[in-house]
Design a binder for this molecule. Structure first.
Ligand SMILES: *[C@@H]1O[C@H](CO)[C@@H](O)[C@H](O)[C@H]1NC(C)=O
Length: 351
């Protein structure tokens, strides 16, 4: 049976629905920590080569602006924020174009190239995770001054925190450099990182965060850059990296259930992006993609950051046909599909 919204009764129902939707809008802000998978432009403000604030990055973003997102358009936190009825893009905390009135409903502390491990952020001289937390403390102070203590504490408590980090610890640090490999086996290094993740979440909790989404590793053996290196196997996925990612994600999942039992009021969610991402890579046509082995920018085989710019003339014309935008990061369309999946399957309980 269908109600006609033009009858008084239909109108009344709509009013009730709107009132209900308003009173149950439980997430007042989205607050983001992590690496390039979620950085919306903090690295523009620090001296590092891990940047993307130039074309062709951002060419499908509103106004074609290269914001520093490692994408042709928006990234996951933007889509998640929008799904929660908040703004469609989350500003970077270090971006001088924005202030606390913008950050009150969404803010990003992430930094491309960073990791759980301090040694990872040192590689490209980006913001270490502990410093993202320092910025978050600074944000809390500003938010209290802006909104008053009571309101600010409510925002900080009810906000949805998104954490996406870890790929660089393995690909930019452990497997690229010797130091950590001399100290740890891959399994020991995973456990070391899980310990750092635990400390990080504990600290967020002690600072007032409750609703936290933790995303683990993507199927990182299928990133175009890793395929390019996999010459012996005809540029197939590096299965070893995918197995490692699954192992690490499993450990994070165990950590999540443990911490939910230990920390009062914590609602920590393990938001698994691995399976949907791998499905997109294996069955691209199901999602309307045509290319999965290479990224859109440059030749698609090795470029990211400034190399995308340098090899711009090879860049594809329609990034919507590509699972990957550059050799390391998903296209906007892939991010949108993954975000919808995360909201529907893991974050809906916060809606
Ligand atoms: C990372 O560096 C910060 C700042 O120097 C330090 O406080 C922290 O203990 C370090 N973390 C680890 C695991 O070494």
């Amino acid at each position: 049976m269908a109600y006609n919204i033009y009858t008084p009764w239909g109108c009344f129902l709509i009013q009730i629905l709107i009132l209900f939707a308003k009173s149950s809008a439980k997430v007042p802000a989205v607050i983001v920590f992590g690496d390039s998978s979620v950085d919306s432009g903090n690295n523009n403000q620090i001296p590092t080569i891990a940047r993307s604030n130039f074309q062709p990055y951002g060419r499908d973003f509103l106004g074609g602006v290269a914001t520093g997102r490692f994408s042709n358009g928006r990234i996951s936190p933007d889509f998640i924020s929008e799904a929660f009825g908040l703004k469609p893009t989350i500003p970077a905390y270090l971006d001088p174009m924005y202030d606390i009135s913008d950050f009150a409903t969404g803010v990003c502390f992430a930094s491309a190239g960073t990791g759980y491990d301090n040694a990872t952020s040192d590689v490209l001289n980006v913001i270490p995770l502990w410093k993202e937390v320092e910025y978050y403390k600074d944000y809390q102070t500003k938010l209290r001054a802006y909104a008053g203590s009571k309101k600010a504490n409510e925002i900080l408590r009810e906000a949805l925190y998104l954490i996406s980090i870890g790929t660089n610890d393995f690909l930019e640090n452990y497997y690229a450099l010797l130091e950590r490999r001399m100290q740890f086996t891959p399994q020991q290094y995973q456990d070391f990182l899980v310990g750092l993740a635990q400390n990080f979440i504990k600290e967020l909790h002690s600072l007032g965060a409750r609703k936290i989404s933790l995303t683990g590793l993507p199927p990182m053996g299928c990133l175009p850059l890793e395929r390019t290196n996999n010459i012996l196997e005809d540029n197939g996925c590096m299965e070893g990296y995918n197995i490692l990612a699954l192992e690490f994600n499993g450990k994070l999942k165990t950590l999540v259930s443990k911490m939910n039992k230990e920390l009062p009021g914590l609602q920590l969610v393990s938001a698994n992006a691995y399976d949907i991402f791998l499905h997109i890579i294996r069955k691209p046509s199901v999602y309307g993609f045509e290319v999965t082995e290479q990224g859109c920018c440059g030749t698609g085989r090795f470029e990211m950051g400034s190399l995308c710019d340098l090899y711009n003339r090879f860049t594809c014309t329609d990034a919507n046909k590509y699972v990957f935008w550059d050799s390391f990061h998903p296209s906007q369309k892939t991010s949108q599909i993954i975000s919808n999946h995360l909201v529907k399957n893991y974050l809906a309980k916060f809606l």
